[in-house]
Design a protein around this ligand. Structure first.
Ligand SMILES: Cc1cc2nc3c(=O)[nH]c(=O)nc-3n(C[C@H](O)[C@H](O)[C@H](O)COP(=O)(O)O)c2cc1C
Length: 338
């Protein structure tokens, strides 16, 4: 299955592993991303919070694990310039950007020869990004897990973004967890899909067993969109979608009080070998080195979690989604090539 996105990025199947910030600090970031790249998709590592030395190490790990294309994700409101320079210096060819205005960074990355992808929440933002030179638009619907940039659902967002920027390729993100979702995204005009939640239970992701257990058991109604409950550190007034948990339940019972008045505001609920003490509302997902009250921590997940049923190697997930999409499209009498 090939689309113009494959030619532009040099990949074989138009499936992108969404950047997942949580594994930073452990080698599962590159391990997971490289597995997706090796399977013919685009692996992405989120390095927007990484110190420059760590960033360079992660990029080198990636290059030692795969010779295929991969991307680095940078956050536009958190000193992206120096990180971009380090990425370019390390030979990163694809940069994905989110959470802000790409007008300064996109031209700089383009001038250095990189392919630039930008996550948007509206057709207007997509147009602005393309005007700045962005090569690929990622349209993130609010079904998405993790931090959610907009409030429009994928089904409504993708076609308006496609219409706004054609022929620039659009990648659909949010709620896509199997081949049926991929086929639907292609039917909406997307040139590829960007998947996070399904890969949280890949064999290579280093999340805590309890987080995986909850992901595998969750239905499509078990997530909640929160304006700012898990704010702190690098995140302020940053909406997220997570699995409902005891922290969310206690906050709801307390009448959804604002930041500063939430129940158990400063309580230490867990500890991590790499990060130290974790406060109740800290935006820290349970990775394998966390111990304590795991059920109190934010477990990011999109609504597609209801389709996530087993732990599988990332390559198998890529192959399974691509094959299923292809058979759905064949059944519907189309090839999926937009
Ligand atoms: C645990 C987790 C961490 C994420 N971290 C990032 C990140 O660092 N950068 C980013 O651009 N998006 C991040 N996202 C959002 C994804 O890029 C993507 O939009 C989302 O996962 C797509 O929806 P889905 O989860 O329904 O597949 C994250 C998502 C999850 C679930």
């Amino acid at each position: 299955m090939r689309t113009p996105l494959c030619d532009l990025l040099g990949i074989e199947v138009p499936i992108v592993l969404a950047p997942i910030i949580a594994p930073v600090g452990a080698p599962a970031g590159p391990l997971l991303a490289a597995a997706v790249s090796e399977a013919g998709g685009l692996g992405t590592i989120a390095l927007w919070l990484a110190e420059l030395g760590v960033l360079r190490t992660r990029v080198r790990e990636m290059k030692s694990l795969t010779t295929k294309p991969f991307a680095v994700n940078l956050r536009l409101d958190l000193d992206p310039d120096v990180r971009l320079d380090a990425c370019l210096d390390e030979g990163v060819r694809i940069i994905t950007m989110f959470w802000g205005d790409p007008s300064e960074l996109a031209p700089r990355a383009k001038a250095a020869g990189a392919v630039v992808m930008q996550t948007v929440r509206s057709a207007d933002e997509a147009r602005m990004a393309v005007d700045c030179g962005v090569d690929v638009i990622v349209a993130q619907g609010w079904e998405a897990g993790g931090h959610v940039w907009g409030t429009v659902a994928t089904m409504a967002l993708v076609p308006t973004v496609v219409d706004a920027v054609a022929p620039v390729p659009v990648v659909a993100a949010g709620g896509i967890a199997d081949g049926r979702g991929m086929a639907a995204a292609l039917a909406l005009g997307a040139a590829g899909v960007w998947i996070g939640t399904r890969f949280l239970v890949s064999a290579e992701a280093n999340f805590h067993a309890r987080y995986r257990e909850r992901l595998l058991a969750a239905s499509e109604t078990d997530t909640i969109y929160l304006e700012n409950l898990f704010d702190g550190g690098p995140w302020k007034d940053a909406p997220t979608r997570v699995l409902r948990n005891k922290t969310v339940a206690a906050w709801e019972i307390a009448g959804r009080p604002p930041v500063g008045q939430r129940p158990g505001e400063d309580a230490i609920v867990a500890v991590s070998a790499s990060r130290g003490n974790i406060e109740r509302y800290a935006p820290v997902a349970p990775v394998i080195d966390v111990e304590g009250d795991i059920d109190a921590l934010p477990m990011w997940a999109g609504q597609g979690v209801g389709l996530v049923k087993k732990i599988q190697p990332a390559a198998e997930i890529v192959r399974e989604i691509a094959a299923e999409a292809q058979s759905v499209l064949a059944r519907l009498g189309t090839t999926g090539e937009n």
